[in-house]
Write a protein that binds this ligand. Structure first.
Ligand code: BTN
Length: 280
């Protein structure tokens, strides 16, 4: 038991490296990650978290899986990862807020992942691509799927689902050249999944309350220092185009259109019109 909290469930089929998680989380004193359910195989950790939320799971409860059979990404995409190769987890945060706070929550979750990956893969160029993809040298290393639990138009809780490619060395053909992992980005360092996960939880623990209360203002400088899109030409899902100029306090992407108007995109994706290798 950790200070009156329920015991973690450790299931056969879960890598021993994840067994260190509870110790790391307790050492850092964060609320997120307690308790942590370590699972060998589930459909989707986000679904586990949403079910847990309905059944009364407490703030911070986290579900980590070695394998997902129906892992989900944004915009109806799937998220696949071979057993043991990735970090696949969902955190239940019982934060009540207006729905307008969801974009900042998603952005700051991406930022927590960005910072944890940067620590795990020193010397690499880790950036965040609005709204919350994490890229290393232009290739995707992690993604975030935030889902809200609502009552009317109020958010009662959020499920922050995160997938990070850690040990993956070979990706399916469709992802080759577009995805990377901590192991590929930083071959001289042996990545440690429990440490990466504890880093994400610690940072999110702190920042979540900041953005729920005040929007992105206090973390915007951190976002802008790692912004993959700033200065690049982007196109929205609906075909609008312009040059990305950062984000606002509500998590919207600011885009300078060719007619000079500063547009604000609040949902969807920003598609890069030239690779990230091209100069802004
Ligand atoms: C994206 O890039 O579109 C978001 C991907 C989010 C994937 C993670 S893996 C753990 C959690 N469970 C899911 O089903 N999805 C998220």
């Amino acid at each position: 038991m950790i200070a009156g909290r329920p015991r973690e469930s450790l299931t056969p089929g879960v890598g021993h490296d994840l067994g260190e998680l509870s110790r790391l989380v307790a050492e850092r004193g964060c609320m997120l990650g307690r308790p942590a359910h370590l699972l060998a195989r589930v459909a989707s950790t986000n679904d586990e978290a949403k079910r847990g939320a309905r059944e009364g799971a407490t703030h911070g409860t986290t579900w980590v899986a070695e394998q997902q059979t129906a892992g989900r990404g944004r915009q109806g995409r799937s998220w696949t990862s071979n057993p043991g190769e990735g970090l696949l987890f969902s955190v239940l945060a019982r934060v009540a807020c207006p729905a307008s706070r969801l974009p900042p929550v998603a952005l700051v979750a991406g930022l927590s992942v960005r910072d944890a990956v940067a620590r795990a893969a020193p010397g690499t160029d880790v950036r965040i691509k609005w709204p919350n993809d994490v890229l290393v040298s232009g290739r995707k290393i992690a993604g975030v799927l935030v889902e809200a639990i609502t009552a009317g138009d109020r958010v009662e809780a959020v499920v922050v689902g995160i997938g990070i490619n850690v040990h993956t060395r070979v990706f399916p053909a469709a992802l080759q050249g577009r995805a990377t992992s901590v192991a590929l980005a930083s071959p001289s360092v042996a990545p440690d999944r429990a440490t990466i996960l504890a880093d994400v939880l610690e940072s999110l623990d702190h920042d979540l309350h900041v953005v729920v209360g005040r929007g992105l203002s206090l973390v915007r400088a951190r976002f802008e220092a790692a912004d993959a899109l700033r200065g690049h030409r982007v196109r929205s899902d609906s075909g609008d185009e312009g040059i990305a100029c950062g984000v606002d306090d509500e998590g919207g992407l600011l885009v300078r259109r060719d007619d000079g108007v500063l547009a604000r995109w609040i949902a969807g994706e920003a598609h890069l019109l030239r690779g990230l290798d091209s100069a802004p």
